[in-house]
Structure formats: C-alpha cells, structure tokens
Design a protein around this ligand. Sequence first.
Ligand SMILES: [Zn+2]
Length: 156
Amino acid sequence: MYRIGQGIDVHQFADKRKLILGGVQVPAERGLLGHSDADVLVHAVMDALLGATGNGDIGKHFPDSDSAYKDADSLMLLQKVREIISAYTVLNIDAVIIAQEPKLQPYFKQMSANIARVIQISEEQVNIKATTTEWLGFTGRKEGIVATAVVMVKKI
Ligand SMILES: [Zn+2]
C-alpha cells in the first residue's frame, strides 16, 4: 500500500540567528527565525511524512506553545516523526528549497545524508534541490525561505 504526502514550510530571516538547513549550518549573514532551530527544510519533510501516513501535521505533534521545543534540533524532531510513522517504510523524498540566497548546492549532499541517516534510508532516496524566485515575491526580496517536500511511503 503506497501513499504520498506533501509538506511546505516558511520561515523569515532574522539577525543573530544561525541558518540551519537539513541539519547543516550554512554560512550566511542571517538565519531563520523560529521557535526551534527553524530548519525549514526538515520541517517540510516532517510535514510530508506525517501527511503521507495520516498523522496530521507538525503543529499537532510539536506545538510552538511547548517550551520543550524551544531552539530544538529539528533532526531530533524528525527522529520523533520517524518513530510516529514506524508502520511505514519511506521510499523517497524530493524537496525544494526556495531562496534567493545563499547558494545552497554545495550543501545538498550533507543535507541528504543527515535526513537519510535519521529516517534510516539511503542518501540516494533523498533528493534536495533549490531554486530562486528570480527576485520576485518575499523570497526574492530575501525576507525568508520556503521549503516544500513530497514523499512516498509504503505500509510495512
Ligand atoms: Zn518550520
């Protein structure tokens, strides 16, 4: 039994924050604002996995109001999602980071490796890519970053 899920997340840029994407600290002038480490890519993947398996969304499992998740490492939250969806194997993940800057391609491999390790699949099952919006919209104005993810899972 195959199922698909999608996820989308947005965080705004802020001063004095690290930019964490897929568990990688990417060199940048500003990072993303959020209750946790604001790893927009991992959050989109988590939402897609929860969606594919009929487990609601990230807000249901990790509410902003819970101080336990303040500055949380999103890869640890992804680990919790892995446990929630343990009745499924993950076949593949395809994710897009939408950001005007910085250049992210040099970090894709490490991002894939981090996500694959936590979900216990191989790196080649996790495809990460990025696009700009050609200076259009809030991402083009460098106000924030969007990430989207699609996943396919199979019931064990
Ligand atoms: Zn988020």
